[in-house]
Design a binder for this molecule. Structure first.
Ligand code: DQA
Length: 360
């Protein structure tokens, strides 16, 4: 698999350029990390940076036969129709990346002329956004259909259905209900589920800044589940929900429904008061509480299986394992918060087994 990573103007100054906004990693450091990530994903990567619009257009043309393009067009994001046209002109799917949270800065940065031509945009995650963009391109190789379940542009999800699925797994991503974290983080699990005979639906939902947080995010999840009977190929299969982190909180909220065979929480936040008192989700959890979100998830009618990395620094184990309603809790040694999103790790066979028994 071949991917071109293209960086635009002023990104050569990374490291010294506005470090409060872009961090201290230099372009050379970033490219070295991209090369390592690419190697681990089996990607042959080419790296390019230019301050020149025309040179970037040429590079996009040169990437026409690649399997994907990862592009941070810098300020050309907001102005360059030529770069947008170049992306539209080539077959290679492009993922737009921004290191900073362009949605939370000057209003003009929130608009991109690549809207509609780039497949997806990843922003506000720092330099790991480049890794996530490459992972998204890798997972595109397991085909999916995007299904809309509601009126908002974020009411969508990718459906993957194997022959004769034994069940449908609805995936709810995490990220403290913030706009910069989206469903691409669950894609590797989605792509692996189909190889084990499970259909998956990897759902987007409104988050803070797009009408989400509480109750918007929960409302969207409920609408997605209510929509399943309208989806060909899965309407008669049993359903399970897997939620990671903040998505785990939503999954547990949904576990009161009668139509779920199993709810799996991957490092779910179950104690919102605890999350509001410490850790990186403090602000978001406080916001949810102020909007009336349930402070503790007590679980519901479906069976519940919780898995948590013993080394998790983002959602500490104590914020999730007190859940009395959980049928089963596994604390995974030597695992942090994000390893739970990697199907090659030790917890995943346990999840697959629990799905098989729930669906049988
Ligand atoms: C940027 C955001 C743009 O608005 C800005 O002009 C850049 C960098 C980012 O990576 O966050 O140069 O694309």
């Amino acid at each position: 698999m071949r991917v071109s990573v293209i960086n635009g103007p002023n990104l050569n100054l990374l490291g010294t350029r506005e470090p409060d906004t872009y961090g201290t990693e230099t372009l050379a450091g970033l490219e070295a990390r991209v090369a390592t990530w690419a190697q681990n994903m089996g990607i042959q990567v080419s790296l390019f940076q230019s301050n020149d619009e025309g040179a970037m257009v040429e590079e996009i043309h040169a990437a026409a036969d690649d399997d994907g393009i990862v592009i941070n067009p810098g300020a050309f994001t907001h102005t360059s129709r030529a770069i947008a046209d170049a992306i539209a002109s080539v077959e290679a799917p492009a993922v737009e990346v921004h290191i900073s949270n362009v949605m939370a800065r000057e209003p003009w940065r929130a608009s991109s002329v690549l809207d509609g031509v780039a497949l997806r945009t990843i922003f506000g995650r720092g330099v790991v956004g480049y890794r996530d963009a490459m992972r998204l391109l890798v997972n595109l190789r397991v085909p999916s259909t995007t299904i809309r379940y509601g009126p908002h542009p974020e009411n969508v999800g990718e459906l993957r259905i194997p022959d004769d699925p034994t069940g449908l797994v609805v995936l709810l991503h995490g990220g403290f209900w913030l706009r910069e974290y989206s469903r691409d983080t669950m894609d590797s699990l989605a792509a692996d589920l189909i190889a084990h005979g499970f259909a998956s639906w990897n759902i987007e939902y409104r988050r803070s800044g797009t009408g989400g947080s509480w109750p918007g995010s929960g409302h969207d999840m409920k609408s997605a589940l209510d929509f399943i009977p309208q989806i060909d190929g899965v309407r008669d299969t049993p359903i399970a929900v897997i939620g990671h982190s903040a998505g785990g909180y939503l999954a547990l909220w949904l576990s009161t429904r009668a139509d779920l065979a199993l709810t799996v929480g991957l490092a779910p936040i179950t104690d919102l008061e605890a999350a509001a008192s410490q850790g990186p989700g403090q602000e978001a959890a406080t916001d949810l509480l102020s909007r009336g979100a349930p402070s503790v998830m007590t679980g519901g009618r479906s069976d519940i299986f919780l898995l948590h990395g013993g080394d998790d620094q983002i959602v500490p184990v104590e914020h999730s394992t007190h859940l009395e309603a959980a049928v089963r809790v596994e604390i995974m040694e030597n695992m942090g918060h994000f390893e739970l999103l990697d199907p090659s790790r030790a917890h995943w066979p346990l999840v697959l087994e629990s799905l098989t028994s729930a669906f049988s």
